[in-house]
Design a protein around this ligand. Structure first.
Ligand code: GLN
Length: 457
């Protein structure tokens, strides 16, 4: 059953919120010990809330958009009374003292917050292997990485442990694990979803966003969490209306101009390219038209993204000095976090910032101008989400090979544009994701197209 139908069934009391919750709790108990998608679950609170929702529905009282649906939250988003560790030792004992704006909004819409999900330490990674609490397995391709950094949130959806989940995406951390786990994930236009209460990796690049099995679920979650937040200065005033946008999805491709960027395919594994090209053919059969494009600066994307990430992350970690929050980060963190702090500290110094950071900001403008220029002539740009297949858990990768996973996802963050990923096919049973990127504030159009792609076959 798709998520919007399920939501209606709960509101009509055909399924109770409690039954829905209990069936997920059963799966979590069975699967979580080996998948390690959830870090902490608060069963009793979720059960109480489910009962409260059921009794409201019975009495005919109005309930929220997410009534009775279960939600997993990446452990870098503040939830009162949960351990918000960002999968680090630094914050292993830090208890959220308030709710992030997105959490308040989910609660206002009667969503059932189940617990926190696993991730790369401080969201710095693409595999969820750097979590202080151990890696997450990929439910769709056991023994392989689920992608990252929001690997727990993607795996929780893939393993049917919850209806919806939230991740954060700084350079692909929603879309990359969505791709590897074969689920949908969406990063909105920068500023559409409040980051208030998020433990930032790199604030100028980052958005909180949803994972779901279908586009209706993505739209429903965004409808609940997106929108201006007076407490968060980067949120924008205009909020698109996400309600009902996935209806009539058979027509979603009609008249759509799809940009296909040659360089995005040149860097990708041939088996992935074949799957994406096949999907694009099917999209044209549904009435879309292909426009061939070329992107000049692909080589600049990874260095530009990581230089900016290091500097912003270094600055964000200065509060973890062991006085107010947890341990002093440098004393307890893993290799990748330490690398970012050291390089970030070095290139933040006055004498080097001109050489590296300022250059990176200039390159960022170039990349933004190039991609928005290409988007001017089309409705969306279609490509693989990730250029290579997920490696086996525990396989040692050097940092540049790990960063190479991100080459097709960082552009959307550097430019602040909306982008989603969904399953396009499989290579030897391993899911492959297709990425759809659009113009700023074209989020609704992209999600409608995702619903359209989901109609194929
Ligand atoms: N893999 C990228 C990085 O390590 C993206 C992380 C993210 O989006 N949070 O920075």
């Amino acid at each position: 059953m798709n998520l919007l139908d399920k939501s209606e069934s709960i509101k009509n009391h055909e399924i109770t919120a409690l039954n829905n919750l209990e069936s997920f709790l059963k799966i979590i108990k069975k699967k979580n010990p080996h998948i390690n998608a959830f870090l902490e679950i608060k069963e009793e609170e979720a059960v109480n809330k489910a009962q409260e929702i059921d009794s409201k529905i019975k009495k005919g009282e109005k309930v929220g958009k997410l009534a009775g649906l279960t939600v997993g939250i990446k452990s870098n988003i503040n939830i009162e009374d949960f351990i918000i560790s960002a999968a680090s030792k630094t914050l292993e004992n830090y208890i959220g003292s308030y709710n992030a704006t997105v959490i308040d909004r989910i609660k206002n819409e009667d969503g059932l917050i189940l617990g926190t999900t696993n991730m790369d330490e401080f969201a710095a990674g693409s595999s969820t292997e750097t979590s202080y609490f151990g890696p997450t397995d990929n439910p769709a391709a056991p023994g392989r990485i689920p992608g990252g950094s929001s690997g727990g949130s993607a795996a929780a959806i893939a393993a049917e442990m919850c209806d919806l989940s939230l991740g954060s995406d700084t350079g692909g951390s929603i879309r990359n694990p969505a791709s590897h786990c074969g689920v949908m994930g969406f990063k909105s236009t920068y500023g559409l979803v409040s980051r208030q209460g998020l433990l930032d990796l790199a604030m100028s690049l980052e958005q909180i966003g949803p994972f779901a099995h279908d586009a209706g679920g993505i739209a429903l979650m965004l409808d609940s969490i997106a929108g201006y937040d007076p407490r968060e200065c980067t949120t924008i005033k205009e909020t698109p209306n996400f309600d009902g946008i996935t209806q009539k999805s058979q027509d979603a491709m009609k008249g759509m101009k799809l940009g296909v960027v040659k360089e995005f395919f040149d860097v990708s594994d041939e088996r992935i390219v074949n799957i994406i090209e096949d999907k694009i053919d099917k999209m044209t059969e549904m009435g879309a038209e292909v426009v061939e494009l070329s992107f000049k600066y692909l080589d600049l994307c990874i260095p530009t993204y990581y230089l900016i990430n290091y500097v912003e992350f270094f600055s964000a970690t200065r509060k973890y000095d062991g006085r107010k929050y947890g341990y002093r980060i440098e004393e307890v963190c893993g290799d990748e976090v330490l690398r970012r702090i050291h390089i970030g500290s070095y290139i933040s110094q006055k004498e080097y910032s001109g050489k590296y950071y300022k250059k990176a900001l200039q390159a960022r403008s170039l990349i933004r101008r190039e991609i928005t220029g290409l988007l001017d002539g089309v409705d969306a740009i279609i490509s693989p989400t990730v250029p290579k297949l997920p490696h086996k858990l525990g396989e040692a990768l050097d940092p540049m090979d790990m960063y190479a996973y991100d080459v097709l996802t960082v552009i959307a963050n550097l430019a602040g544009i909306p982008a989603g990923s969904m399953k396009a096919g499989e290579v030897n049973g391993i899911p492959v994701g297709i990425q759809i990127q659009g113009k700023p504030l074209d989020d609704v159009k992209i999600i409608r197209m995702m619903a359209g792609i989901d109609e194929i076959e």
